[in-house]
Write a protein that binds this ligand. Structure first.
Ligand code: ATP
Length: 930
């Protein structure tokens, strides 16, 4: 076996060397003699000084013990020699992405620090390694790009300290997911040249804990670990790029010491105990790792040192152990122990692999194609090399090599140009993203403000109607308007106004940036195209041309992909913006409804004769479509719809067992969701009104503006205000509950603070749409006695009329054609207001039931009592409920809910007598102009 074995071969990844230091003057003065020496470059002989040569009984026993290592250095070996034989070869190892460790082991004063650090005149392994590493990186910098960083720590008394930043205090050691050890908070400093690195090393050494002991004047009281990380990537850019990460640990351990021998006391003794414990743990690990059976558990967790050396001893690492011993007989025990451990360590076998990461350039899917083409090039090159004669072959090879270089450079240029374009495209996309978000934010702020403004002006007639609708009260109205304008606007609106100007500034800024980015991107794209064209013209090799063509196609595909993504994003943004715009238009239409109806009322009250054209326009307006915003319209007419809490109460009554139903009224605080069973529709309510009241009375509290159409349109009432019938689905109520605007409060009660943020949520509009769609599907007839919920009303009902003990059952029927106008007019006399848009679409039959009376006057239904409301389908006039009300509705009387709600509403409007004012539950209602 060659003596000089300055490398690790086969599966042997641990190299064990021994270095015997020269005997010191002090040892000579103490009368020591040399007991350790090398026989050749691998064999060390240790003489046992305790054995007497004159002892006849032991005459045949050898006093020597031989140890064979990978390399043995005697006292004459120089620092350079040691470095070159043990560490130099690791430079390549590390720069090629492998891990490597060099550590010095031995008793105190054996020469570990001298070996690892050395002196100014005789620098040790650390300095030399760092120097060579930089030289190596510089030498190969044409082909590769390197990144160098280093950290330096010490383990002192089982505590970690950062030697490059001692102020950071005690550091923590953690294990990562792959079992690797990380030191949290350890500074990792990047260096660009040897000077910087050596300066850092000196700085770290100065911070290291060293103390004079009896055994060594400058005894290292800690284990010092220098960690160097080298990242290497090829300069030639490729579709996939390989990054190799090599780590090198250079460790100067503290020396083991025997307390008796060192005569340490106090702090030194404690340090020694820690050092010994960690070295003992290291020895145990070496023993376990060296076990050939492989069954022994290796306890790396026993000390910080072994945890840190885990990778070096048992993992993915090429390791060099330098065992240092003193030649003096005084240190025989220490030297023997060291040699025994080192000998055992030779048995350790580890598996080493390269640390390589692939960096994909987002076109990994095309790598296969490129690789195939590359193989094709190699195949052709092989054919070229094999087929040509020697002279021509060398010429061909030379020109091929030259061409390859040109090709590689070209490829690199094209990839760089493409990446530049892609980066700029990404920048534009990100700005589009920002602009889209800003547009939505602006839209939301505008919507909030406009909804607030509209609601404010729509509310004005309340004060107006409280006094009079007559034109003579205009000054009061103005005063009310003025007073209302003085009212401080809600914080949400104020915030939206403030936000708006900031958002608009931001949008302007982003638009400018986007414009700039687009200009740059176009220029970069042009440059890339020009480059491609010029390069293609220069290439003579058909294969290379093909590759470049493919590369261009890949780039184009990648760009196209980005464009498609951007387009999809812009489309989705546009839809969201339009949703917001639609909401604003809706708000505005509410305002228009309010204005028109008030003007009409004003004209009616003045007895003005309308020009024919205007009257016609009113008719057309009245027959316009109805939608969920009707609730707002109704309110603009001075009508409030039932209070949500009120509805909850009644719904709760309905969901209780029969007996309880009639005795309990739900409180508004009842959790809303629990009150309504899915697909349950609340339908009718018996309202109470004072018998003396001449005008329709329907007492409810405020209903949110966004009461969906079914809720609003399904509420029917007649002049005496006793009955309220309709459809009310859970979804309606849920969505209403979350509506922003309510009659009496700025934001809905349950979501006062959340509404603004909910509005901002991107899924909000979509969710609302889904809810509306679902609502149309899920409506089913159901019976709900709203009864207006108040016991006092119910008592009134009991005493007044049997009508109030009845409930209405509404059933779906096939759609029927609209009744002629004359008949419809008649019906309208009987049913004051029937807003039944969805019901109209399907056809509605109202069946009246008279069930056994309960104490609350809520009737139970029975099949016998169902009465077909054929009026609607046959076009017969419905009974005039205005008249009937005083007598009470009799069994078998039919009441139709008209289908064409928009027309009915229109007529009601034109007649100026529909839609009773709905005030707070149980309160007297406002008089309607007739
Ligand atoms: N090969 C060598 N040639 C010359 N002098 C040496 C050699 N090895 C060690 N020495 C000297 O021996 C002394 C002790 O060496 P060193 O401090 O390196 O021991 P150590 O093993 O690091 O001890 P500790 O564990 O206590 O730190 C030092 O004065 C050092 O200069």
């Amino acid at each position: 076996m060659p003596a000089d074995k300055s490398t690790l071969v086969g599966d042997q990844n641990l190299m064990v060397c021994v270095r015997i230091r020269p005997i010191s003057e002090e040892e000579i003065l103490n009368g020591s003699n040399v007991i350790a020496h090398t026989v050749d470059e691998r064999v060390v002989v240790l003489l046992d000084p305790s054995e007497d040569p004159d002892d006849i009984l032991r005459a045949n026993r050898s006093r020597e013990r031989q140890f064979v290592f990978d390399r043995a250095f005697d006292c004459n070996s120089t620092q350079e020699e040691v470095y070159e034989s043990t560490t130099k070869f690791l430079i390549d190892t590390v720069t090629n992405g492998y891990n490597a460790t060099v550590f010095a082991y031995g008793a105190t004063g054996a020469g570990k620090t001298y070996t690892m650090l050395g002196t100014d005149r005789e620098p040790g392994i650390m300095y030399r390694t760092l120097e060579d590493l930089f030289n190596q990186m510089q030498k190969t910098s044409d082909d590769s790009v390197y990144k160098f960083s280093m950290s330096y720590l010490e383990i002192y008394n089982e505590q970690l300290r950062d030697l490059l930043n001692p102020a950071s205090g005690v550091l923590d050691m953690r294990e990562d997911t792959r079992g690797g050890v990380q030191v949290a908070g350890l500074s990792e400093i990047q260096a660009n040249n040897t000077g910087e690195v050596l300066h850092l090393l000196t700085q770290g050494n100065l911070a290291r804990t060293t103390e004079p002991t009896a055994a060594n004047e400058t005894s290292s009281r800690s284990h010092a670990v220098l960690q160097v990380t080298v990242l290497k990537r090829s300069r030639v850019r490729d579709v996939t790029e390989e990054v190799r990460t090599g780590k090198l640990f250079l460790i100067d351990l503290a020396g083991s010491e025997r307390a008796a021998h060192t005569q340490n006391r106090g702090k030194r003794m404690l340090e020694g105990a820690h050092i010994n414990r960690s070295l003992l743990a290291l020895g145990n690990c070496i023993n376990a790792l060296a076990d050939r059976t492989g069954h022994r558990y290796v306890n790396f967790r026993d000390s910080k040192l072994t945890r840190l050396l885990k990778e070096a001893l048992g993992g993915n690492c090429k390791t060099v152990m330098i065992a240092n011993i003193s030649p003096a007989n005084l240190h025989f025990e220490d030297s023997r122990n060291t040699l025994v451990y080192a000998d055992r360590a030779k048995q350790i076998r580890t598996k080493v692999r390269r640390n390589v990461t692939d960096v994909s350039h987002h076109i990994a899917q095309y790598t296969g194609v490129i690789n195939e083409l590359r193989q094709e090039i190699f195949r052709l090159r092989g054919r070229l090399e094999g087929g040509a004669s020697t002279g021509t072959a060398s010429k061909a090879l030379f020109s091929a090599a030259k061409q390859r270089r040109v090709f590689n450079t070209t490829k690199e240029q094209i990839l760089t140009a493409f990446q530049e374009v892609m980066e700029l495209r990404k920048g534009v996309m990100s700005l589009d993203n920002t602009l889209g978000d800003l547009a939505l934010e602006i839209g939301r702020a505008n919507l909030l403000i406009s909804q607030y403004e509209i609601d404010r002006v729509i509310k004005l007639p309340r004060s107006e109607s409280a006094t009079s609708d007559s034109p003579g009260t205009a000054p009061d109205t103005e005063a009310a308007a003025a007073a209302s304008s003085v009212v401080e606007e809600p914080s949400e609106v104020a915030a939206a106004r403030a936000e708006l100007s900031v958002l608009q500034d931001e949008r302007l800024r982003s638009e400018k940036m986007r414009f700039q980015a687009v200009v740059e991107m176009k220029a970069a794209r042009d440059r890339a195209r020009q480059l491609e064209n010029s390069v293609r013209a220069k290439l003579t090799n058909e294969e290379e041309r093909e590759i470049l063509k493919l590369l261009s196609q890949l780039n184009a595909l990648e760009m196209e992909n980005a464009e498609v993504q951007a387009e999809a994003f812009l489309k989705s943004m546009e839809i969201r913006k339009r949703d917001l715009l639609l909401s604003r238009f809706r708000s505005h239409r509410q305002l228009c409804h309010a204005i028109i109806s008030r003007q009409k009322r004003l004209l009616a009250s003045m007895g003005a004769r309308l020009p024919k054209s205007l009257a016609r326009m009113h008719e057309v307006y009245d027959s316009g479509p109805v939608d969920e915003d009707d609730a707002v319209f109704q309110r603009s007419m001075g009508v409030s719809l039932p209070d949500l809490d009120q509805l909850e109460s009644h719904a709760r009554v309905l969901h209780q067992p029969q007996q309880q139903q009639h005795s309990t009224i739900a409180t508004p605080q009842q959790p809303f969701d629990r009150l309504f069973h899915p697909r349950t529709a609340a339908v009718a309510a018996a309202a109470s009104s004072s018998p003396s009241s001449q005008q329709p009375a329907l007492a409810t509290t405020g209903k949110p503006h966004h009461l969906p159409q079914l809720t609003a349109s399904s509420l029917a009432w007649h002049n005496s205000g006793q009955m309220l019938a309709g459809y009310l689905s859970e979804d309606d109520l849920l969505s209403d509950r979350r509506s922003i605007w309510t009659d009496n409060t700025w934001l809905s009660k349950n979501n006062n603070n959340n509404n603004r943020s909910r509005l901002k949520h991107p899924g909000y509009q979509q969710q609302q749409q889904q809810r509306r769609r679902k609502k149309h599907r899920s409506l089913e007839p159901a019976r709900v006695d709203l009864g207006l919920g108040l016991q006092q009303q119910q008592q009134q009902q009991q005493t007044q009329s049997s009508t109030r003990n009845k409930s209405l059952m509404i059933k779906e029927e096939p759609a029927v054609p609209a009744a002629p106008a004359s008949q419809r007019k008649k019906r309208l006399v009987g049913v004051n207001s029937t807003k039944t848009k969805p019901a109209a679409a399907k056809g509605v039959r109202v069946q009246q039931h008279r069930g056994p009376r309960n104490t609350n006057g809520v009737s139970a239904t029975g099949p016998d009592e169902s009465i077909s409301a054929t009026t609607a389908s046959t076009g017969q006039s419905a009974p005039n409920l205005d008249q009937k009300s005083s007598k009470g509705i009799q069994p078998n009387e039919s009441m139709a809910l008209t289908k064409d709600s928009s027309q009915v509403r229109g007529r009601q409007r034109s007649e100026g007598r529909l839609l009773p004012e709905i005030g707070v539950a149980g309160q007297a209602v406002t008089q309607r102009p007739s």
